[in-house]
Ligand binder design. Structure first.
Ligand code: NAD
Ligand code: UDP
Ligand code: UDP
Length: 315
């Protein structure tokens, strides 16, 4: 049994990760400031003697004794990370410094939830880990992209300089149950709109692409990465290479829900990446046979069922 700290544990991915780690027989401490996270996502774990919930902001120092740290604290939806961009940078950068300082003091292993956004609007397609990216350092997305890039730099330098045991995963667009209806990312937006027969809001002409990964595949990949041989620090891409246009995604969701919603076209946000697809050869090689196993349609069906129930309950 290990004692594991999950920052951002009350968020979409973090709540699934806490559940998974507890099921594996670990003790889990979930730390969150509830900016985009919610207690409701982990309320069913409260009462489990191996689970602890802490209200804390990672931009402040934190002292605890654990074996492993998963550093997920950071808003992930463009709507939320652009709401207070300075806070987003502080969360990524100061959060990384504090969690690395903690890992250094207690000699814990630490995994950083980085992102495909480090590739920006990529000119190399699909994106391998060796690609340095194409990020606008002063654009509206930079608070997130550059914050995460700086966090990666902090991780590799704490590893080199202070021998901290690090792991970096670059996560590609992930969706699934426990996303918030007002999260603002495309999958939850389209599903909620379809279930309520409201207009489906495509930004731009809908030809931009993303590759969508179901959350259970991500959690499996992250935990496998944490357990890889010591020398392997990453970064490693974790995503599903199935690539779709936003128009294809909208049609798929309309088809599954049988919704009467119309598709409407709204202006494309500034610096919105044109294409994105993970090259997952490294993950396949290093993560002990890991492979994304949930195809888009199957994952969407699960997610739609979740939102259908949530909206019916009026929560
Ligand atoms: P989310 O917004 O649902 O979860 C983020 C969590 O971090 C929330 O619970 C939030 O309250 C918490 N948080 C934010 N700022 C904090 C702070 N200063 N101190 C403590 N807690 C704080 O997003 P998610 O989709 O679950 O993303 C989790 C992590 O994975 C993030 O680091 C994100 O950048 C990364 N990631 C996610 C995706 C994806 O598609 N879901 C893709 C790439 C990277
Ligand atoms: N830190 C923390 N918890 C710990 C140890 C350190 O939050 O258990 C914070 C500490 O406040 C510091 C940061 O991590 O700001 C970086 O620590 P490090 O030891 O690298 O730097 P220093 O303390 O020398 O500035
Ligand atoms: N998008 C859209 N309609 C929405 C929300 C998003 O067409 O209601 C588009 C967005 O412009 C982007 C893609 O969907 O091209 C993915 O957006 P999301 O915010 O989910 O993630 P990210 O851009 O960070 O990959």
């Amino acid at each position: 049994m290990k004692r594991i700290l999950v920052t951002g544990g009350a968020g979409f991915v973090g709540s699934h990760l806490c559940e998974y780690l507890l099921k594996q027989g670990n003790e889990v401490i979930c730390l969150d400031n509830y900016f985009t996270g919610k207690k409701q996502k982990i309320v069913h774990l409260i009462g489990n003697p191996w689970f602890e919930l802490v209200r804390h902001d990672v931009t402040m120092p934190y002292y605890i004794e654990v074996d492993e740290i998963y550093n997920l604290a950071c808003p992930a939806s463009p709507v939320h990370y652009q709401y207070n961009p300075i806070k987003t940078i502080k969360t990524s950068v100061m959060g990384a410094i504090n969690m690395l300082g903690l890992a250094k003091r207690i000699k814990a292993k630490i995994l950083q939830a980085s992102t495909s956004e480090v590739y920006g609007d990529p000119e190399v397609h699909p994106q391998p880990e060796s690609y340095w990216g194409n990020v606008n350092p002063i654009g509206v997305r930079s608070c997130y992209d550059e914050g995460k890039r700086c966090a990666e730099s902090l991780f590799v330098n704490y590893h080199k300089q202070n021998k901290v045991r690090i792991k970096i995963v670059r996560i590609f667009n992930t969706y699934g149950p426990k996303m918030e209806p007002d999260d603002g990312r495309v999958v939850s937006n389209f599903i909620v709109q379809a279930l309520q027969d409201k207009d489906i809001t495509i930004f731009g002409d809908g030809t931009q692409t993303r590759s969508f990964q179901y959350v259970s595949d991500l959690v499996e990949g992250m935990v496998r990465m944490m357990n890889t041989e010591e020398e392997f620090t990453g970064p490693v891409n974790i995503g599903n290479p199935g690539e779709f246009t936003m128009l294809q995604l909208a049609r798929e969701i309309l088809d599954i829900t049988g919704s009467k919603s119309k598709i409407v076209y709204l202006p494309l946000p500034e610096d919105d990446p044109v294409q994105r697809q993970p090259d997952i050869r490294l993950a396949r090689e290093k993560l002990g046979g890991w492979e994304p196993s949930v195809p888009l349609r199957e994952g969407l069906v699960q997610t739609i069922q979740y939102f259908d129930k949530l909206l019916a309950e009026g929560t």
